[in-house]
Design a binder for this molecule. Sequence first.
Ligand code: TYM
Length: 345
Amino acid sequence: MSVIVQAQETLQPEIVSKKTVLSGIQSTGILHIGNYVGALSLWAANQSQYNNLFMVANLHTLTVPEALNPTELRRKSREVAALYIACGIDPGESIIFLQSDVPAHTYLAWILGCCTPVGWLERMTQYKVKAAAQETVGSGLLNYPTLQAADILIYKANYVPVGDDQNQHLEITRDIAQRFNHLFGEYFPLPETLNRRSGARIMGLDDPAQKMSKSIAAKKQGHAVALLDSPATIKKAIMGAVTDAGGEIQFATASPGVKNLLVLYEVLSGDSQSAIEAHFAGKGYGALKRELVDLVVATLQPIQDKFYKLMDDEQGLNELLSAGAAKASLIANQTVADVRQLVGV
Ligand code: TYM
């Protein structure tokens, strides 16, 4: 334990007392407003309070290898990193890196996998859903949670800010940490999940019974607002969102489709629910949709401008990611050294 503190001291002596945050996004599909609301905006808002590590989970993307094109994966991974920065993650405040650039994650994942009963992995909802959609299920898909546990535990993260679809992965991470600690001695702190109170699960605009998802967004127009959509596409998606035959705007009684639009409005405007209800009283869903279009366009415009500038500077982004991986490796390699001692290899 004390060795890790030394690693942090070498890294950033002035913020050693801060708690550590880690989170990540897979470099698959199309990043959407749900990823922004549930994860990215939360990471950006709380940066100064914590030591932060934000990684692009490109090794997790390999768990469904049939869907992959290597050139596209390389490009997408860089795009996700650029979107982190464009969405407000400050590389001066937070370590940004590609998961694959810190090989210690996969080393720790092996050791944690050896401490993880197969039954725990087979019970994971995401595994069951994804495996049902595959002809051949790779063992990487089953072991997905042990790599995610390694991502988190390798930095001894205290907090993991995510949308609520990731909560089961956080529960198993704590179970794996406890099992390791039980077998080899108290070493890993148990990470806590950070979810937004409102906005932890943004639903599909076309189907409010289904979570807004990157894979559906890549196939179906009108399901999501992608972070790089044009104002015209954003307008089409939001104006076409499923609502109901009523017209009253109340958070407590809204149907799922209207509630989804209200939650988006709430998070993006920063206004309170009562102020939003007062603002839209008697105006109907058309007004809500039109104002939400303006709000989403105004939120995404500066993000898109910054994103394209970052993507234009290939060398700058490469240098930033290499520096991030070097800083992350300092911590990760120390954890692996400690774990090797603890397990006797
Ligand atoms: P991923 O790539 O599916 O999603 C990235 C983040 O976006 C959140 N999210 C949502 N939030 C609100 N509404 C939605 N509709 C919505 N859809 C997605 C997710 O909850 C997540 O926070 N397994 C992870 C990646 C990962 C990771 C990690 C996360 C790998 N290692 C370690 C945290 C810590 C995943 O597939 O997220």
